[in-house]
Structure formats: structure tokens, C-alpha cells
Design a binder for this molecule. Structure first.
Ligand code: HEC
Length: 130
């Protein structure tokens, strides 16, 4: 019976190592995906699709946020309500009216923190049409 002790313990160590390895791998994947640059079509446009197009352009045609229209209406375009600002200034989220202006005038906070971070990271990386 005692001879079974050692292999059994080895088995436990192997399982523990496997679990630790998986945890590290998961962490690397999570950190890696957070660090990757958001893309316009895959990451930014879905935010507009879900939260913005009921008013833009339906109620407020000066800004069309539908897929296929939004990019041309945002990047390097002056804001209609504050022409001194551009809606998206590539590389400069802090000057982009899309983020400075609370998008919903009812101040319901339609953009979550994650949404804002996604849009800001996309702008910072050059606001590409990708
Ligand atoms: C309930 C309707 C409504 C929804 C939903 C809405 N907006 Fe707006 N948005 C408005 C109105 C009204 C204005 C004009 C406000 C003003 O005069 O400052 C506006 C203005 C803007 C402007 C300034 C445009 C310019 O050129 O002056 C931006 C940018 C904007 N919205 C982005 C968004 C985004 C992004 C979303 C989705 C997250 C969104 N809005 C959702 C009603 C809405």
C-alpha cells in the first residue's frame, strides 16, 4: 500500500501544475485581448447600433450613426452644435466631441465606462476605418 503513495502524490502535483498553467494562460489571454486595439466595424459600430441609431439619424439627421454612414460623419467632421470641435480627432480622444459631449442630452449615460474606453482607444490608435 505504501508504494502507491508516491505516484499518487506525483499525480496531484501534475494536476496542480496543470491548473496553475491554465490559470496563467487564461490571464495572458485576458490581458492580451484587453491590450489589443479596438476596431471600428467590430468594436465601435456595435455600440452605435445598440444605443444611438434610434435618434441618429432618425430624430437628428445632422449625425448619421448607422453602419456604413457613421465613419464619414465622425472623423474630422465639425460638430453641428459646436462647430469649433471636431466629432473625432484621430489620436486625440480628449479633443473629440463624440466623447467630450455627453451623447444623450437627457444625461442618462447611454455610454458605459467600457464603451467610452473602447471608443477612446480606437481614436487614440488613429481612428482608422477598419
Ligand atoms: C434620445 C435621443 C438620443 C440618443 C439615444 C442619442 N443622442 Fe446624440 N444627440 C441627441 C440630441 C438631441 C443631440 C443635440 C444636443 C445638443 O444640442 O447639444 C445629440 C447630439 C449628439 C452629438 C453632437 C453632434 C454634433 O455634431 O453637434 C454627438 C456626437 C452625439 N449626439 C452622439 C451620440 C452617440 C454616440 C449616441 C449613442 C451612444 C447618441 N448620441 C445617442 C439625441 C440623442
Amino acid at each position: 500500500m505504501q508504494r502507491l503513495g508516491l505516484p499518487h502524490r506525483r499525480g496531484l502535483i501534475a494536476v496542480a501544475a496543470l491548473v496553475a498553467g491554465c490559470a496563467v494562460a487564461t490571464l495572458v489571454i485576458v490581458i492580451g485581448s484587453r491590450g489589443s486595439t479596438p476596431r471600428f466595424a467590430a468594436d465601435v459600430q456595435p455600440i452605435f447600433d445598440g444605443k444611438c441609431i434610434s435618434c441618429h439619424p432618425v430624430a437628428y439627421p445632422y449625425l448619421d450613426l448607422r453602419r456604413g454612414k457613421s465613419y464619414a460623419d465622425l472623423v474630422r467632421v465639425s460638430a453641428a452644435t459646436r462647430p469649433a470641435f471636431e466629432r473625432v480627432v484621430p489620436g486625440k480622444p480628449e479633443f473629440s466631441y463624440l466623447l467630450i459631449h455627453p451623447p444623450d442630452p437627457s444625461l442618462r449615460g447611454v455610454l458605459t465606462r467600457d464603451d467610452r474606453e473602447t471608443i477612446a482607444a480606437w481614436i487614440k490608435a488613429g481612428a482608422k476605418d477598419d
